[in-house]
Design a protein around this ligand. Structure first.
Ligand code: ADE
Length: 250
């Protein structure tokens, strides 16, 4: 099944350009998802094609007009709901939301610019608002691309055989363990000996210990979300008592 993503934006070329590269480009070619881009400036009805105006009540900046957005959503054949506006005021996007969206037939992303959307566009035509973090971008396009890439790479067939979205950060609520490739020594830093031991069960336990230790150090909130450490986690950590950072190996 092909996931349908529609994007409403004032910069369709910018979104389309990125979506032809790398993982997204290949996934589109394979029919994993289809991308429909809409410039809501095309739904304006004045000679200047005006998409923004000054805020009622005064204040700095411009506000995106409601009507071109609502009209584009109403008049696009086959557009899928939910319609999700990208906005720093939205709920925070994370791996769980990505998984949620990857299970749908499709969804629509609305990219803002300027100070934001006329609230009536949100009230009348938008189902959800999502933020990619507690910072403010100049527009929703980069946020939309983050959402698209995070969702698409979870879809079957999106990644090549040697890529995987299963064993990676957040897959099981932990950060990922560190990776090493050849050569075995880089500027005096050696790959941990255990990874060259051939003892695959022990390597798996070591990786798990590294993932746990990293998560405890960098993202204790994720450990709390899992309900703390299980007895098994504690045992694996104790087995290695692993330093988190390989630079600490000495
Ligand atoms: N638009 C501007 N800033 C944003 C953010 N942090 N997340 C989503 N959309 C945005």
């Amino acid at each position: 099944m092909t996931l349908r993503i529609d994007v409403l934006t004032l910069f369709p070329e910018a979104v389309g350009q990125y979506a032809t590269t790398s993982v997204l480009g290949r996934a589109r070619e394979r029919g994993v998802f289809e991308l429909h881009l809409h410039d809501f400036r095309d739904a304006t009805d004045d000679p200047h094609r005006t998409v923004d105006d000054t805020p009622f009540g005064g204040g700095a900046g411009m506000v995106l007009r409601a009507e071109p957005i609502i009209r584009t959503i109403e008049e696009t054949p086959g557009l899928c709901r939910p319609v999700i506006a990208l906005s720093p005021s939205g709920r925070t996007f994370d791996h769980d939301v990505a998984r949620e969206l990857s299970g749908l037939d499709g969804f629509t992303l609305l990219c803002g610019r300027y100070e934001g959307f006329d609230q009536r566009a949100l009230d009348l035509a938008v189902d959800d608002e999502v933020s990619i973090g507690d910072f403010v971008l100049a527009g929703g396009e980069l946020a939309a691309l983050c959402v698209i890439e995070a969702v698409v790479r979870l879809l079957p067939g999106a990644l090549g055989n040697d890529e995987s979205s299963v064993e990676e950060s957040f897959g099981d609520g932990l950060l990922e363990y560190p990776h090493y490739t050849k050569p075995a020594s880089v500027r005096g830093l050696d790959v941990p000996e255990i990874l060259r031991s051939g003892d695959h069960a022990r390597i798996a336990r070591w990786r798990r210990a590294q993932a746990l230790a990293r998560t405890i150090e960098r993202r204790p909130d994720l450990i709390a979300r899992r309900g703390g450490l299980s007895a098994q986690d504690a045992a694996i950590l104790a087995e290695f008592a692993a330093p988190v950072d390989p630079r600490e190996n000495g």
